[in-house]
Design a protein around this ligand. Structure first.
Ligand code: GLC
Length: 422
């Protein structure tokens, strides 16, 4: 008689343990750049089919600086509204304490990714985010226009300036009234830190803060680089460039109104998309360098990762979701659709990627030699250090104060910040 309830209890226990699969609702937050959200949704649809879970995308503005501010608010409030954060490569040290350690859960796949990226997302031995794509910038140029005027692809900033001027002047004289020579990211935000690090470094002006912590930015080569850029505003670059982020630059470029553009690889797929006016008319090259002896091009290292919030109510499902999006198969899918650079070395030899997004294998070396921003050095103070830097740069290129005065002031401010400990 006692056997029946025991059997029933056993059956119920088996049912509970084995399923039916309990569906969970997850949310992932992501900035809106290019076709990134559309492709993320396609990836999530596949995840939903496979897992039975549901995932909402919380879409926020494209500026990484705005995103960081918003992430801090959510995390400071201990919000469980967001399970998975899409995080910029520079934010790991500042967000680490509020993110789940993924080391154990990803030990089967972490080794597929470039070790330098895994290292950048590891803080005090905890892997706090899994990479989904990496970033290294390109000089986009209009092949058709350079050919038309017999111009070469520039390898120095001076050549870029001269060619931009020449092509722009001739095109305008021929009635192409809206064309500009060069667009980039001149707004006062993290993107300007990326652009300005490239100008400064490629001109022999150092890394702003050196890996040993020395504040090196107040030097004549750095000042000369910023003076050069100031000379571009309103001449080869539209005055509005001082408010451009990635998407504004791409807007001008993709409508055919710029000879050159500095941007990340995502603009490659979009520029070649079906209705793009510049489809098939452009190519990419490494960014130019200064003209000093030993000057080499510099490319700032970017990239995006996925992290699980410590406040998530479903951390295990969230980790599975992160692993799914970061997987080799989904990275291939993303790369084919967006020309984002994968973080899995094997994909650089993939024949489909090489055929459909040739920038990817071509950009492997540029990415491997890209310059990290000083976030591993300034650590928890990186955001503040970067904001002091982009402010000094923005002031200089918009004509508020000389480069040398602004850099001397920046040095003093960074020294004070460092004195408070970073
Ligand atoms: C890109 C990079 C990111 C960088 C940002 C600046 O999204 O991947 O690392 O911080 O641009 O705007």
């Amino acid at each position: 008689m006692k056997l029946v309830p025991a059997l029933l209890a056993l059956a119920a226990g088996v049912l509970l343990a084995a399923g039916p699969a309990r569906a969970v609702e997850l949310s992932i937050v992501s900035g809106d750049t290019g076709n990134g959200i559309k492709v993320l949704r396609e990836i999530l649809d596949r995840y939903e089919k496979k897992s039975g879970n549901k995932v909402d995308i919380v879409v926020i503005p494209p500026s990484t600086t705005d995103q960081f501010g918003q992430y801090r608010l959510w995390l400071a409030a201990g919000s469980s509204d967001i399970d998975v954060y899409q995080t910029d490569v520079i934010w790991a040290p500042q967000l680490a304490s509020q993110l789940v350690d993924l080391t154990e859960a990803t030990k089967d796949v972490a080794g597929e990714h470039f070790p330098s990226i895994i290292k950048s997302q590891t803080v005090n031995g905890r892997l706090v985010a899994l990479p989904i794509f990496t970033d290294a910038p390109a000089l986009y140029y209009r092949k058709d226009l350079l050919d038309k005027y017999g111009a070469k692809v520039p390898t120095t900033w001076k050549e870029l300036q001269d060619t931009a001027r020449l092509v722009m002047d001739k095109e305008r004289a021929a009635g192409n009234k809206d064309i500009w020579g060069f667009v980039f990211q001149g707004n006062a935000y993290e993107g300007l830190t990326c652009n300005a690090l490239e100008w400064v470094m490629s001109n022999g002006g150092g890394e702003i803060i050196e890996p040993d912590g020395a504040i090196s930015i107040n030097n004549p080569q750095a000042a000369a680089a910023l003076d050069m850029v100031k000379g571009w505003i309103g001449t080869i670059a539209p005055p509005g460039v001082l408010a451009y982020q990635e998407e504004e630059s791409r807007g001008v470029w993709q409508t055919g109104n710029a000879v050159f553009m500095r941007n990340w690889p995502y603009a490659y797929a979009l520029g070649n998309s079906e209705n793009s006016p510049i489809k098939g008319k452009f190519d990419v090259a490494p960014l130019p360098a200064g003209t000093g002896e030993g000057d080499k091009p510099a490319a700032t290292l970017g990239g995006w990762n996925l992290a699980v919030s410590k406040y998530s109510k479903h951390p295990d499902d969230a980790i599975e979701l992160v692993k799914f999006i970061a997987s080799r198969e989904m990275q291939k899918y993303r790369t084919l659709k967006t020309s984002n650079l994968p973080t899995i070395a094997a994909l650089y030899d993939d024949p489909d990627i090489a055929r459909q997004q040739p920038i990817v294998p071509r950009w492997k070396q540029i990415f491997l030699n890209a310059q990290p921003r000083p976030s591993a050095t300034a650590r928890i103070k990186y955001n503040e250090a970067s904001s002091l830097f982009w402010t000094a740069v923005h002031n200089t290129i918009s004509g508020q104060g000389s480069a040398s005065d602004n850099l001397a002031d920046l040095e003093a401010r960074l020294t004070r910040l460092k004195g408070k400990g970073w």
